[in-house]
Ligand binder design. Structure first.
Ligand code: FES
Length: 116
């Protein structure tokens, strides 16, 4: 069972449990189900409104954030959150970006902190 802690300077932190193993639930879906006021518009990885900062708070050595989707790569570059060089390095290192689109990132079996 993954533990997802949503944190924002404007609201009290809220920790919710995500069902592990479904591999279909996005961070945004989980947030909306739990009334976390993350900004969003398109819900389709196009607008960049739902950009969040994700960090692992798990003790596992292996990060499980999963690779960025093509839409995330495009939008995060447009927003200036990642450069092409950083994207290429992430592939080499097999690490996800700390910046993600909540509507694209699938919750895995990893405890994470989501700053919105
Ligand atoms: Fe538009 Fe996520 S809501 S990119």
């Amino acid at each position: 069972m993954a533990l997802v802690t949503f944190t924002s300077p404007e609201y009290r932190d809220k920790t919710v449990y995500a069902v592990a193993g479904s591999h279909t639930q996005t961070v945004l879906k989980l947030a909306l189900e739990n009334k976390i006021p993350i900004n969003f518009e398109c819900e389709d990885g196009e607008c960049g409104t739902c950009v969040v900062k994700v960090s692992s708070i798990d003790n596992k050595l292996q990060r499980m954030g999963g690779p960025l989707t093509e839409k995330e790569k495009t939008v995060l570059k447009q927003l200036g959150k990642v450069t092409q060089m950083e994207l290429e390095q992430m592939i080499v290192d097999d690490l996800p970006s700390e910046w993600r689109l909540a509507c694209q990132m699938i919750v895995r079996d990893e405890d994470i902190r989501v700053e919105y």
